[in-house]
Design a protein around this ligand. Structure first.
Ligand code: NDP
Length: 294
């Protein structure tokens, strides 16, 4: 078993991004700028946004966090998004999900200018990804591809089983792994809560991507000897053992699955750190106009 080490890979790529941001500043007189909008007081969302902002600072980006109370209306939020769309000083714009129930996440996602949609959730970016055209790829799948690429894992011809079909992880991951690209060229099975015999499906996988949101859902008996195992899950449990007051668990039972796998991501220290990298790279590409001309 070898570890797909998110700490190591993210630190290395962050150093490259930092240098590119410095070169961007030298040639344009400004820094790449990411704006994140957060609505309400969800603890996990606050932690994610704070981490995104902190990482922007670390690589020399400008970052702005706009925090609204839960009762902001959808119309008010869309008005702010339109203002930021029109602001030439903003390169990337993200709205942290989930949103309060009275706000439709699809309308919010579609209100964002697709050229600033560094989360890659806008239908234009998803459509372009499907057609293998330049676009912003959703940060988590993008980070996973960068991780596989870093370790030189050739997925060509592999049978990939993705567990979970969300718009932000499972579904785009299945599209990307099937593309005629490296990493990619997999034969992909996309599974979900209505899949029959999920254990048998996962057992056939050369590479498993678990994005379910259920602690230790993937157990050792489900995994083929020598499989590559990518654990996207972040399950928070209250704990008196840690300073933060909670502990993170993946969707994979790491302790028992790791000895059977060829490569595996830990939680924490795996995909979560690479997701930040996906976001930073998209923001840099948005600033440079390398995906959509400015
Ligand atoms: P969603 O809740 O949007 O989707 C979960 C998916 O898992 C659904 O497609 C659902 O199926 C499927 N599922 C649920 N139960 C089962 C089951 N018993 N058998 C098979 N499939 C099942 O989650 P996300 O994709 O947003 O996130 C998944 C996990 O990844 C979460 O723990 C989240 O916190 C984490 N995450 C981590 C990130 C990172 O950076 N590391 C980034 C984003 C998410 P159905 O569609 O049928 O309901």
């Amino acid at each position: 078993m070898q570890l797909l080490d998110g700490k190591l890979v993210s630190a290395k790529i962050k150093e490259d991004i930092k240098q590119e941001a410095a070169a961007f500043l030298a040639s344009t007189g400004r820094r790449p700028h990411l704006v994140a909008i957060l609505v309400g007081n969800d603890g996990a969302s606050e932690t994610y946004v704070a981490s995104k902002m902190r990482n922007c600072e670390l690589v020399g980006f400008e970052s702005t966090n706009i925090h609204y109370e839960t009762h902001i209306t959808e119309a008010e939020l869309i008005a702010k998004i339109k203002e930021l769309n029109a602001d030439a000083g903003v390169d990337g714009l993200i709205v942290q999900l989930p949103l309060p129930a009275h706000i439709d996440p699809d309308r919010i996602t579609e209100a964002i200018d697709y050229r600033k949609d560094v989360d890659g959730f806008h239908p234009v970016n998803l459509g372009r990804m499907q057609r293998n055209l330049p676009c912003f790829i959703p940060a988590t799948p993008y980070g996973i591809l960068l991780m596989l690429d870093h370790y030189g894992i050739d997925t060509t011809g592999m049978h990939a089983v993705v567990v979970g079909r969300s718009n932000i992880v499972g579904s785009p991951m299945s599209i990307l792994l099937a593309r005629n690209e490296k990493p990619g060229n997999c034969t992909v099975t996309l599974t979900h809560s209505r899949t029959k015999n999920i254990k048998e499906e996962v057992q056939r996988a050369d590479i498993v991507v678990a994005a379910i949101g259920k602690k230790h859902f993937i157990t050792a008996d489900m995994v083929k000897e020598g499989a590559v195992v990518i654990d996207v899950g972040i399950n928070r449990e209250v704990s008196s053992e840690t300073k933060s007051g909670y502990k993170l668990y993946g969707d994979v039972d790491f302790e028992h699955v790791a000895p059977k796998s060829s490569w595996i991501t830990p939680v924490p220290g795996g995909v979560g750190l690479m997701t930040i990298i996906g976001l930073l790279k998209n923001t840099l590409e948005a600033a440079k106009g390398s995906v959509y001309l400015k």
